[in-house]
Design a protein around this ligand. Structure first.
Ligand code: NAD
Length: 323
């Protein structure tokens, strides 16, 4: 299939492009390189430099490529920043997605696989969280993802575009075959921060609270490997070709605490990681866990590389090679 990977020079996009190429798809990357990297592009995929806010350029891309499917990953993703600058997130995430949807209608794209997030749920009302969990985002970033999910549903009803909404939990890890080494830019999540401390790019890791109701008192999150995410994108297209639109969680229903991540990284890297316990951050739940049962049932997908050891080993390898 001819697939446009929009945001394909980024962290998850590059893994997805690699997977699609490995399985014989024709891949066309569209990216403004705001956080994506040229080193994440593959020679077998055509690259178009462009912004999703630049409608003429975007239309030109669609007209040239005539993609049958799109993976839409291009977005701003800093939840904290989205609360201070909602205007920026409205334009990039919501207007940008509408530009993509309108181009898809204009040029007859049939399928769209969309990078959504567990942020659409807000704080867990029960665990593990399945797709029926109420969607009450607590940050504007999460709201933009939910709004885009709703636009997708309207465009399905009105224009017949089929969509797969993939609600990722915490993405982590790097290609298990070591083919992607362009580091995620400005990461705000735990594992890259711990890695920076491991390779000496950061003095210490701040641990936000050690008095949660969890086994060691620190927050617990559900991490999903980027190769497992990439695999899900590929099979999402296969499902869309033969079935209806769908919304699925991508996570593993296994939690790792902040201290577990730090200790395991010390073991893997052989480096001492300094950390400081600081106060809790507002809005951080104690535990977030995905229920991935529907992804298994619908797509026959299950994570293969998302154990903590693989997540941390592959991430450390990427950080180590960047030195
Ligand atoms: N990383 C996570 O844990 C996580 C979790 C849930 C959802 N997501 C979603 O997955 C997607 C990819 O995330 P990522 O972690 O790979 O981030 P990333 O920043 O590495 O990738 C985003 C890519 O989109 C490009 N881009 C951004 N704005 C653009 C624009 N206006 N026009 C064209 N290109 C643009 C960037 O240059 C980059 O290559 C995002 O939509 C994000 O919201 C990520």
């Amino acid at each position: 299939m001819k697939i446009a990977v929009i945001g394909g020079a980024g962290y998850i996009g590059s893994h997805t492009a690699r997977e699609l190429l490995d399985f014989g798809h024709q891949v066309f990357v569209y990216d403004n390189l705001s956080s994506g990297l040229r080193q994440n592009l593959f020679k077998e995929a055509s690259f178009f430099y462009g912004d999703i806010l630049d409608i003429p350029r975007l239309n030109d891309f669609f007209e040239t490529v005539q993609p049958e499917g799109i993976v839409h990953l291009a977005a701003l993703k800093a939840a904290g920043e989205s609360m201070e600058k909602p205007e920026k997130y409205s334009v990039s995430n919501i207007s940008g997605s509408l530009n993509i949807l309108n181009a898809a209608v204009k040029f007859g794209t049939k399928y769209i696989v969309f990078s959504s997030s567990a942020a659409v749920y807000g704080s867990p009302k029960y665990l593990p969280m399945d797709e029926k969990h109420p969607t009450e985002p607590e940050n504007y970033y999460g709201y933009t993802k939910l709004a885009i999910e709703q636009y997708l549903e309207w465009y399905r009803k009105l224009k017949g575009i089929k969509y797969a909404v993939l609600r990722y939990f915490n993405a982590a890890g790097y290609d298990v075959k070591g083919r992607i080494n362009g580091l995620e830019q400005n990461p705000a999540n735990l594992i890259p921060i711990v890695m920076e401390a491991a390779v000496g790019k950061r003095e210490f890791v701040s641990v936000f609270g050690d008095d949660y109701d969890t086994p060691d008192g620190t927050g617990v999150r559900d991490y999903i490997h980027t190769n497992d995410l990439a695999h899900a994108h590929r099979i999402a297209f296969e499902k869309l070709q033969n079935g209806d639109s769908f919304v699925v969680n991508l996570g593993v229903n296994r939690g790792s605490s902040v201290l577990e991540v730090i200790k395991k990284t010390e073991e893997i890297s052989g480096c001492k990681i300094n950390y400081k316990i600081v106060g809790r951050r507002a809005g951080d739940p104690a535990i977030v866990l995905a229920n991935p049962a529907y992804a298994k049932e619908l797509l026959n997908w299950q994570a293969e590389h998302s154990d903590l050891e693989s997540l941390l080993k592959t991430t450390f390898a990427a950080y180590n090679s960047s030195l």
